[in-house]
Design a protein around this ligand. Structure first.
Ligand SMILES: *Cc1c(COP(=O)(O)O)cnc(C)c1O
Length: 367
């Protein structure tokens, strides 16, 4: 201890390898931006949320559950796992829930990989993957996206070694919106060793319209496949943190063992049950998002011809070195997007009015 009360910088209390990890940078708050610009409100198209508010019945279910929050939640998450099992046509023993599907991805890495083991994923993909791999001390093996900004499954298969324990396939891919199709995924899975777990992260499955993009749940006859889904995006529960995993029963049981106890809160379980009763409304909202996605994509291609076709609720502008500048230009017009420095910009599909505001900002910045 030094006389400032701070620890001696020469003494390490935490793992040195974590120094290389980026710290989470919170997105710009729309309220702050609106105040700064003197606007009544700013538009946030940065976190892939669906813009239509909580589903009908969810707020009531949350309020009702709130009356019981002095009790622990059901640790087995029985009612919710049963409802998910019924909706997706799988046995409940194949399901594990968690504090968002991000947490489940982390649990899968923890349940499969030790320091020195390898986790393979495409890059650029979901920002959480490098962090998830590092928390287990596993080594990230990043395989560059193909020229169309999608997964290069052939190169990913070639990157698997005897140290590989887990491969992440983000389908559709965040942040590029691209999706792999059944024939190439079949070929990839055929090439995988039996003892490598392939995690198909389907956070955006509900927005997929290409019939050639397979539902990961159709691969569950393969014991080394696990599917991640979330209620954060199409189901509108991002703030409550509910995700789930479907895998062979042994994998699901292993994850339920390593999951932080009670991490699917009582309120989250109640809200998820209420949301799942609104599947028709979810479908209606997703159709609105998809129609807008296609409109926005077409409009953007006038300025950026290589905007890839998206199967998710966001679009990707491969702007390279102009990404950060474009993000700032949108912000100056009250629209918050998500730039990835040196690479591109991800823009969430909002309401038609929000998308119009974004397109006007984009045109001003790019035309
Ligand atoms: C949003 C997202 C998730 C889900 O996050 P939650 O933790 O469930 O909110 C998972 N994977 C990808 C690729 C995502 O974009």
């Amino acid at each position: 201890m030094t006389d400032t009360g701070r620890p001696d910088p020469a003494v390490r209390l935490t793992r040195a390898d974590l120094d290389a990890l980026p710290s989470y940078v919170p997105g710009r708050s729309p309220a702050d931006l609106a105040r700064e610009l003197g606007l009544p409100e700013a538009i946030k198209l940065a976190s892939n949320e669906v813009p239509y508010g909580p589903l009908p019945g969810v707020v009531e279910a949350v309020a009702e559950a709130a009356a019981g929050v002095h009790r622990y939640p059901d640790m087995g998450v029985v009612a919710l796992r049963d409802a998910l099992a019924q909706r997706y046509g799988v046995d409940a023993d194949r399901i594990a829930t968690g504090c968002g599907s991000v947490a489940l991805a982390e649990h899968l890495v923890r349940a499969t990989s030790l320091p020195g083991d390898e986790v393979v994923y495409s890059w650029r993909s979901f920002e959480a993957y490098p962090i998830i791999a590092a928390t287990s001390g596993a080594t990230s093996v990043r395989v560059p996206n193909d020229p169309g900004h999608g997964h290069d499954l052939t190169a990913m298969a070639a990157a698997v070694t005897e140290r590989t324990r887990l491969v992440l396939v983000c389908n559709p891919n965040n942040p590029t919106g691209t999706a792999v199709r059944r024939a190439e995924l079949d070929r990839f899975l055929d090439a995988m060793p039996d003892d490598v777990l392939v995690v198909i992260d389907e956070a955006y499955r509900e927005f997929v319209t290409d019939p050639e993009v397979p539902d990961g749940l159709t691969y569950l006859d393969r014991p080394n496949v696990a599917v991640l889904r979330t209620l954060s995006k199409a189901w509108g529960l991002a703030g409550l943190r509910v995700g789930f995993l479907v895998a062979q029963p042994e994998v699901a049981a292993a994850v339920r063992k390593v999951v932080t106890p009670f991490s699917t809160s009582m309120v989250a379980q109640a809200a998820a049950l209420a949301a799942l009763a609104q599947a028709d409304e979810v479908e209606r909202r997703c159709a609105l998002v998809v129609a807008e996605r296609d409109r926005v994509t077409e409009a953007l291609r006038k300025f950026v011809p290589d905007v890839p076709a998206s199967q998710a609720n966001f679009v990707w502008l491969p702007l390279g070195d102009r990404a950060v500048e474009f993000g700032k230009a949108c912000e100056s017009r009250g629209v918050i997007v998500r730039p990835f420095a040196g690479d591109g910009v991800r823009v969430t599909i909002g309401t038609p009015a929000e998308n119009d505001a974004f397109l006007a900002a984009a045109e001003a910045a790019l035309a």
